[in-house]
Design a binder for this molecule. Structure first.
Ligand code: FAD
Length: 343
């Protein structure tokens, strides 16, 4: 009955079909791939580097390990898991990077009127999309009501003072879930790592979040493809050149379960306590940081096509939305997104 598809990348990295060796603009390209956050990362660097590939890979793994140690709900001893486990209402110390994520989440949470809501964890877990990954079936309304009592951004407070950053909750059973922002945060950490190593031509991705700058091994701008919203195909819907920005896509069609012919997506509407049911199937956002893009895409997914487009226009966001129609799919984008499209 339950049918959970593996999480797939909704964005893919297009490197061009030309072989680098025949191109007069060709330069050495270093490709590093690995696993993190229950998904894959990829780092591509073109041009000479001051460090060797092995050293760079070690630094990448160290940076991503630290992110997991801070914000993974899949690790019982992460800073975030310990915050979720404590029932104390006292402020708990958190690392600076985690505070940056919470701050962004609070801002986007406010702007989306709670549609993007990092306190949605009890509902995510109830619907079987959390770390427990139990066999899923539709929960009862009573269970949903009980979980919803522990959801609410107003119950979470971020405190910054000269001693550091602190997180405080006034609901003992609150469960903060930063899964929706983790990939974007990881990408931004890799971007900072590139800068620390003086690398200016790179494309980095963690799961569905990507950032790129400069040119690839063929001396051409990196291209990122937004995939068509189908279960298994890798067909390209649109191509963008990020120009140093971050991009992230949220979709309802790769991570879901089915019961009695009905699909239940992992994106939860905090107001109903249930997976979204509207026709918006993917939201892609380009923003100055991948963290910001990763936060907005989920918020817009929850809102649905019309509200998402209206908010994106009000906020001047670069957004590309794909909705299901009776005939197939239709796409709509803001003018800010058009500026990144590859003609
Ligand atoms: P996105 O669309 O970016 O986010 C959807 C997710 O956000 C949901 O799955 C849910 O968790 C949450 N969510 C749902 N509704 C809302 C809402 N309204 N507002 C806010 N959030 C919402 N997975 C594993 O299987 N194994 C691991 O070891 C593992 N480790 C991880 C470590 C870290 C640090 C992080 C951040 C994630 C980890 N994950 C792991 C989870 C996983 O890889 C993805 O990050 C997660 O499934 C969400 O990413 P996405 O791009 O698929 O979906």
């Amino acid at each position: 009955m339950a049918n959970v598809f593996a999480k797939g990348l909704l964005l893919s990295l297009v490197l061009g079909l030309l072989t680098a060796c025949n191109d007069q603009n060709s330069r050495p390209q270093t490709d590093i791939d690995g696993k993190t956050m229950g998904t894959f990362y990829s780092v591509k660097v073109s041009g000479d580097m001051a460090i060797n590939k092995q050293q760079l890979q070690q630094q990448i793994d160290a940076v991503l390990e630290r992110a997991n140690d801070d914000i993974s709900t899949y690790r019982n001893d992460s800073v975030l898991s310990r915050f979720n486990q404590t029932r104390s209402a006292d402020p708990q110390p958190i690392p600076r990077g985690m505070a940056d994520i919470i701050l962004m989440a609070q801002r986007i949470g406010r702007d989306t009127q709670g549609a993007m809501n990092i306190t949605v964890g009890p509902l995510v877990n109830l619907w079987g999309f959390g770390p427990d990954k139990r066999v899923v079936k539709v929960p009862s309304q009573q269970q949903i009501d009980a979980a919803q009592k522990n959801v609410g951004l107003q119950h979470l407070k971020l405190i910054s003072d000269d001693r550091g950053e602190w997180l405080q909750k006034d609901l003992p059973d609150m469960y903060v879930d930063l899964s929706t922002l983790g990939e974007g945060y990881g990408v931004d950490q890799l971007v900072q790592l590139m800068a620390r190593n003086g690398i200016t031509n790179y494309l980095v991705s963690v799961g569905g979040a990507v950032s790129s700058r400069g040119v690839n091994g063929q001396g051409k701008a990196w291209r990122v493809a937004i995939q068509k919203p189908t279960d298994r195909e890798n067909a390209v819907q649109a191509l963008v050149d990020l120009q140093g920005y971050g991009i992230s896509t949220a979709g309802s069609y790769r991570n879901y379960f089915e019961q009695d012919g009905q699909r239940y997506s992992h994106v939860i509407d905090p107001t109903t306590g249930r997976p979204i049911t509207h026709r918006l199937v993917s939201a892609t956002v380009i923003a100055p940081t991948a963290l910001e893009a990763d936060g907005w895409d989920t918020g817009l997914m929850v809102l649905g096509t019309e509200k998402a487009l209206k908010l994106a226009e009000e906020k001047g966001l670069a957004v590309y939305l794909i909705s299901k129609t009776d005939q197939g799919f239709s796409a709509v984008m803001t003018p800010q997104f058009k500026a990144f499209l590859v003609k």
